[in-house]
Ligand binder design. Structure first.
Ligand SMILES: *Cc1c(COP(=O)(O)O)cnc(C)c1O
Length: 234
């Protein structure tokens, strides 16, 4: 598994998807999802020019970030527990995956204590799956004003993790749904939401065609993830 080759190929595919969609290349940020991979992998990635990294476990990030090059910039992706918010506010420059008013309040509170304002993306459960985190769309629209009123968070956009399908094209309607929701949310808020975080290794090109500004790619860059068990033992 050669990171440089993988990165090059992903960048070419991003460029091609942007061209198909008539979008500028710098309208899409590649977030390298490094969960389960060690600091040496981050070093390699940074040496290849990759800057943005995504992690979904605060404990793991807390151990890894200090051992990684300082050029690397970190975003939290996924569900955040309230007892991890304080660390998350310190470690990450954006929290993607805010899925309740309660967690947003906690982020605002901890950001205030840290003397910061925290950019967030709100996670939407676009397929209404019972097993998944994320706001139901109606609930999000109802709570947007309350989220927006919190003093130390800034809503930068929406993110979603649609149901996995081996046929990437089947995910397109969920990406469209998230894009439409962003338009509705902007109307309610009265200000633009610049970010749509959607698309992973299997479907990021379709997500870009549907308006993604952040694609979160793990496996296609780093290879298969090291098992959680091995990581915890090491
Ligand atoms: C793991 C993860 C990804 C990356 O998934 P790949 O299929 O390996 O690209 C993206 N987003 C979130 C929220 C994740 O947890």
């Amino acid at each position: 598994m050669n990171f440089a080759e993988n990165l090059n190929s992903i960048q070419q595919r991003i460029t091609a998807a942007c061209a198909r969609a008539g979008r500028g290349l710098n309208s899409v940020t590649l977030l390298a999802v490094s969960k389960s991979h060690p600091p040496e992998s981050i070093q390699t990635a940074v040496a290849c020019g990759q800057i943005f990294f995504g992690e979904n476990k605060v404990q793991e990030a807390k151990a890894k970030i200090p051992l990684s090059p300082s050029k690397a910039r970190w975003q939290f992706i996924g569900h955040l527990q309230s007892n991890k918010v304080r660390d998350a506010v310190e470690l990450f420059e954006m929290i993607q995956g805010v899925d309740s008013l309660a967690i947003a309040q906690e982020i605002s509170k901890r950001a205030e204590q840290a003397g910061k304002t925290m950019p967030i993306l709100v996670e939407v459960n676009v397929a209404g799956e019972g097993s998944k985190f994320g706001y139901q769309p109606e609930k999000l629209l109802a709570e947007l004003d309350a989220l927006s009123a919190l003093p130390r968070i800034e809503i930068h956009g929406l993110m979603a993790i649609p149901p996995y399908s081996p046929v990437p094209e089947k995910t397109r309607p969920y990406f469209q749904r998230l894009r439409e929701l962003k338009v509705q949310a902007e109307k309610i808020l009265g200000y633009p939401l610049p970010q749509l975080s959607m698309g992973m290794s299997g479907d990021f090109e379709i997500a870009i065609e549907e308006g993604a500004t952040i694609v979160r790619v793990g496996t296609a860059l780093f290879g298969e993830r090291i098992s959680q068990l091995r990581l915890e033992q090491s």
